[in-house]
Design a protein around this ligand. Structure first.
Ligand code: F6R
Length: 607
């Protein structure tokens, strides 16, 4: 997630901005920049770490006590000096930083190019600078307002102009923003830690609000200009906790970000009728129709996302679909070829095994689609098609929000292919679209039930082994629940298809052994419950994940983690969240270093 800064006050802005940007580093970024106004506006930016930007700033030492700054995490256009923020219009008199996504950026860019504007970057942000300049008629607030009216999407935006040299205008549309109140100075930031060492007094900017900062202070209005009264929020967190948005760990923060992540993943890509637009998935309809097989390849959590994808593709598209661990696929002489689509799934886009498997598939003639979170990653650069998950940087080693974003993205690909091939008819497409659009709300409801996950965690915290069961899509989700528990709690666990139990593992089920059964697939419900009866008969302690409207589950399970009722195709995504929460709380109860589990790294770049 990008970081935003703004400053109006008596100090040298460059120093304040760089210091704030350093304190936002934890959010992840690939380039950074500042703009400082002193009559004229100086824009300084650099790809890479803030030390590179610092060197540029030290060389120039731009004077001025008002400015804006940004750390960028690429979404449109690879990380580069040119794509780093701030962006300006052609005159250089209007300067903009921005966080989030402008949904209709392509059509806005086309119009601007047609009317003679020349672009110097690939970003959606630059559009905003041109639009503000075009709209400016002596009033920056009015110009920004008119731009917000046409720029669709979820974003935060901060603007400055030489024409009104002591003013900053900022807008929040979904993406977070706070105002720090200093003594004779005001700060704008995307997050409290940027300026927490300078002030404890904040105004939290709400969705749909505009902020105007000048030497007289700060004014908050609605975007339409109606004044807003906001109480000062006094922060008593330390800096470490503030980075985590008040959560104890990044893992929990990222679990709570999931509803917003789903919205980002879907933004501008899915219509109510199930039509899908995926800008960098460029294969044509003939190709989609000619497909004979699909291969998912990935490692770890991304592999589990592949399991869900494969189950979904088989169910919806009736195409033979395979999932291979990337490290196995490389040596398994896979029968992938020119009639296959290979979908390589990787949060980082840098996992060595996944890169190698994807390259091998391409060398055998397969088209390769990268499903990744990191713009410009090696996997994205290697790919024929790319679908970015837009989960934002994930800091906890244990993946949560990136996984959920991968699942949502897989539904989008399935819809894209299924509509063309005719496997997904209009009604089903609309039903899936409805389910996906409802997903953020469903996830919010699950998060509101965290206490139930804490109670379940208490029941397994002292166990030595935990078994996860599910069938079909539920099995894929059970695999991920089990991995999550292993990673952060160091408890041994295994997941298996519920029907497999009696073929061996049942021998391990004795009095008190915890079983977590996922039961969202109505067609397979009775089958899953037969396995639950088998383990109960051996004394197992059963925790089930089941819908609110499941009236029989209380008879089957000792504890039920209820999730809001959802269609079968969407339920498994919802069910993943209580499993993440259980894993998190078991690890917390066991006192582990949750964000940095022992022996694990965030990105595995060696074979
Ligand atoms: C588990 C986890 C790992 C990764 C795996 C692949 O929480 O994060 O299992 O999923 O190392 O990483 P990416 O997705 O970056 O290829």
């Amino acid at each position: 997630m990008c970081g935003i800064m703004g400053y109006v006050g008596p100090q040298q802005a460059a120093t304040v901005l760089l210091d704030g940007l350093r304190r936002l580093e934890y959010r992840g970024y690939d380039s950074a920049g500042i703009a400082v106004a002193n009559g004229a506006i100086a824009v300084l930016k650099a790809e890479g770490k803030i030390d590179r930007l610092q060197a540029v700033v030290d060389a120039v030492q731009p004077p001025g006590t008002i400015g804006i700054g940004h750390t960028r995490w690429a979404t449109h256009g690879a990380p580069s000096d040119a794509n780093a923020h701030p962006h300006t219009d052609a005159s250089g008199k209007f300067v903009v930083v921005h966080n989030g996504i402008i949904e209709n950026h392509q059509s806005l860019r086309d119009e601007l190019v047609e009317s003679g504007n020349v672009f110097t970057s690939e970003t959606d942000t630059e559009i905003l600078a041109h639009l503000v300049a075009d709209a400016y008629d002596g009033d920056l607030v009015a110009a920004v307002r008119s731009v917000v009216d046409v720029a669709e999407g979820a974003y935060a935006l901060v603007v400055m102009t030489e024409h009104e040299p002591r003013k900053i205008v900022a807008v929040r549309r979904v993406s977070p923003m706070v105002v720090g109140l200093g003594d004779g100075e005001t700060f704008i930031a995307s997050d409290i830690p940027a300026v927490l060492h300078r002030t404890k007094r904040f105004l939290i900017v709400e969705d749909g609000e505009m902020v105007v900062v000048d030497d007289s202070g700060v004014r908050i209005t609605t975007i339409d200009g109606d004044p807003v009264e906001r109480d000062v929020f006094v922060v008593d967190w330390d800096a470490g906790r503030a980075e985590k948005g008040g959560y104890e760990h990044f893992m929990l923060k990222e679990i709570y970000e999931q509803p917003a992540v789903v919205t980002e993943t879907l933004t501008g890509r899915l219509d109510q009728d199930g039509s899908v637009w995926l800008a960098d998935v460029t294969f044509d309809n003939d190709y989609a129709r000619s497909l004979q097989s699909v291969w998912f390849t990935a490692c770890g959590t991304a592999y589990h996302a592949g399991l869900v994808g494969a189950a979904l593709f088989r169910k919806l598209l009736r195409i033979p679909t395979y999932v291979e661990y990337a490290h196995e696929m490389r040596y398994n002489e896979p029968l992938v070829g020119s009639e296959s689509l290979t979908i390589a799934v990787s949060q980082s886009g840098e996992t060595a095994d996944t890169l190698a498997a994807a390259r091998q598939a391409r060398s055998q003639g397969s088209r390769m689609l990268a499903l990744t979170n990191v713009v410009g990653s090696t996997l994205a650069r290697d790919a024929d098609d790319v679908l970015y998950t837009r989960a934002g940087p994930e800091i906890s080693v244990a993946s949560t929000k990136a996984y959920i974003a991968m699942l949502v993205a897989e539904y989008l690909i399935a819809l894209r292919i299924g509509r063309v091939r005719g496997d997904v008819d209009k009604d089903l497409a609309a039903e899936i679209a409805l389910g996906l659009n409802q997903l953020p709300g469903l996830l919010e409801e699950v998060l509101a039930r965290e206490d139930a996950a804490i109670a379940a965690a208490e029941q397994i915290v002292d166990a030595s082994d935990v078994y996860y069961l599910g069938r079909g899509l539920d099995y894929a989700v059970a695999m991920e629940g089990s991995l999550k528990l292993k990673e952060v709690s160091y408890l041994h666990s295994e997941a298996m298809p519920a029907g497999e139990l009696k073929h061996g593992t049942l021998a391990l089920i004795t009095e008190g052994v915890p079983i977590i059964a996922v039961a969202t697939q109505r067609a397979l419900y009775d089958k899953t419950m037969s396995a639950v009866s088998e383990v109960k008969a051996r004394g197992a302690h059963v925790i089930a994940v089941a819908y609110d409207d499941d009236v029989s589950i209380d008879r089957e399970a000792h504890t039920v983690l209820r999730i809001p009722t959802a269609p079968d195709l969407i339920g498994p995504i919802v069910a993943a969240v209580p499993l993440q929460l259980v894993a998190y709380h078991v690890a917390r109860m066991r006192g582990h270093d949750i964000d940095q589990p022992r022996n694990l790294a965030k990105s595995v770049t060696v074979e």
